[in-house]
Design a protein around this ligand. Structure first.
Ligand SMILES: Cc1ncc(COP(=O)(O)O)c(C=O)c1O
Length: 456
């Protein structure tokens, strides 16, 4: 797949209520910054559209050359309450002025407040606890460790498998990648831990068999007995789609695990905190996971992650033995408290559902316009994805996806680069605060970009 072309080109000027494009794109003056980075960081950090972020406010992003984009990225499904929320900035100023910017795991008052808030939105506050970390990968790693520890201590070493799903993404650290379901991301491990196994995800497009029987038969083929399974981990929706579990499948999975004392882990790092129209995406399935991995939208800003889980599982490690240097760091904690107050106080989950009722039918209409090239559209609330495919096939077409994505950027609509198994998925994830007229304007821009790239 080709990357973004860094040659500045003339593009039509744009000036609307929410978008301004007044320079060549990329901005010629921005190129030395990309050149400087090339000399001092790995190329892996490149790959996003060539826009130099200078300021981000609510649902718009600015560079310093006068351009302004409607944001469909939320960074990467991070800024659920909008960029640069006043309440978050004020909370940060307050804790800085108080004089506490680091504390290791020495206790500070706001840690208790945030853990209490997250506990109160858990499936059962009386029997769930909260462990604070910094990144989503740390949270999923911790869930794996807790599930395996629980199984070992309660049932012995035979109960050792961690079952997850093909095409899953749980982060880039080693355990998270072992549990991840994209082979190309973990070839570097060479000798993989055989207790990590993946089964097909019932997405209904890439895998048309959405029955739970496929879960059971795949394990059977791998020679794994249900009693040997320590935990099952899934993203609440798979980020590559977004692909959701059928409700019946999720419920059968939950029952299967409950009957065998298998720890069910739902990775809400991307799906949580209002994105899909509910606080947590697993609520759509009517189930209660044992462990929930959280990140991104929990703070909408500074690095904070959390595991929310059954107290009997969370309590397995002795004082001092399950911590991290930056657990409950005061600034991310203050940001997160302010963020949750906004999220709950403004019912942004409800807002995401309402805005999704505008976004999703429109995306469906656009997909139906080019069914040969836009393979399918999945979404819920304010997250959606369209798979760009080769004509009449399900084969990913990453080059066309990138061309559409770049066309959007040149028109003042910012998206992160295409995702998916082969880079074919145009993912749409504006802040949950996006104004209705901005949403409608951005859908129109998206359609124009698609018409321009694949329309006849
Ligand atoms: C579902 C899911 N889990 C885990 C992670 C890893 O989070 P982080 O990048 O904060 O380590 C991500 C990040 O995109 C994610 O989408």
């Amino acid at each position: 797949m080709a990357g973004y072309d860094l040659t500045p080109i003339d593009v039509p000027q744009v000036e609307t209520k929410y978008r301004t494009i007044k320079t060549k794109i990329p901005v010629p003056e921005s190129l030395p910054i990309f050149e400087a980075l090339k000399t001092c960081e790995p190329q892996s950090m490149m790959g996003q559209p060539p826009v130099i972020w200078h300021k981000a406010d609510d649902f718009t992003v600015y560079d310093k050359w006068g351009n302004r984009w409607i944001d469909w990225s939320s960074c990467v499904l991070l800024s659920n309450t909008g960029h640069g929320r006043r309440e978050i900035k004020e909370a940060l100023r307050k804790i800085i002025d108080q004089g506490l910017i680091a504390s290791y795991v020495f206790v500070h008052e706001q840690r208790a407040e945030l853990c209490g808030m997250l506990q109160s939105i858990s499936p059962d506050p009386a029997s769930y606890s909260v462990f604070l970390l910094s990144t989503g990968s740390e949270a999923t790693e911790n869930c794996i460790k807790l599930a395996k520890t629980y199984a070992l201590e309660k049932h012995g070493p035979m109960k050792k498998y961690l079952v997850s799903f093909r095409n899953a993404f749980h982060g880039r650290t080693m355990g998270a990648q072992l549990a991840g379901g994209m082979d190309k991301l973990k070839t570097w491990i060479v000798d993989r831990d055989p207790t990590f196994v993946q089964v097909p995800f019932p997405d209904g497009y890439k895998n048309e068999d959405t029955s739970f029987d496929l879960f059971l038969s795949t394990l059977n083929e791998k020679g794994i007995s249900p009693d040997e399974i320590a935990g099952v981990m899934t993203e609440s929706y798979q980020g590559v789609g977004p692909d959701f579990l059928p409700v019946e499948y999720a419920q059968r999975l939950r029952d299967f695990c409950a009957e065998r004392d298998i720890v069910t882990i739902f990775d809400e790092v991307q799906a949580g905190f209002g994105r899909t129209g509910k606080m947590f995406c697993f609520e759509h399935y009517g189930i209660k996971p044992d462990l929930i991995a959280c990140g991104k939208g929990v703070s909408s800003s500074l690095p904070l992650a959390a595991v929310i889980g059954r107290t009997d599982i969370m309590g397995l490690y002795a004082p001092g033995s399950m911590t991290s240097t930056h657990s409950a760091s005061p600034l991310p904690v203050a940001a997160s408290i302010a963020n949750l107050r906004v999220l709950i106080g403004e019912n942004l989950a409800g807002r995401a559902a309402k805005m999704g009722d505008i976004l999703l039918p429109e995306l469906q209409r656009i997909q139906q316009k080019y069914p040969d090239r836009l393979g399918c559209m999945h979404g819920k609330g304010l997250v959606a994805g369209i798979q760009v495919v080769k004509p009449g096939a399900k084969t990913p077409d990453p080059d066309t996806a990138l061309a559409i994505n770049y066309a959007c950027v040149r028109k003042g609509l910012l998206m992160f680069s295409p995702v998916g198994i082969g880079g074919e998925c145009l993912k749409i994830a504006p802040p949950l605060t996006i104004a209705e007229d901005a949403l409608r304007e951005s859908i129109q821009v998206f359609e124009e970009a698609i018409d321009g790239e694949i329309g006849s």
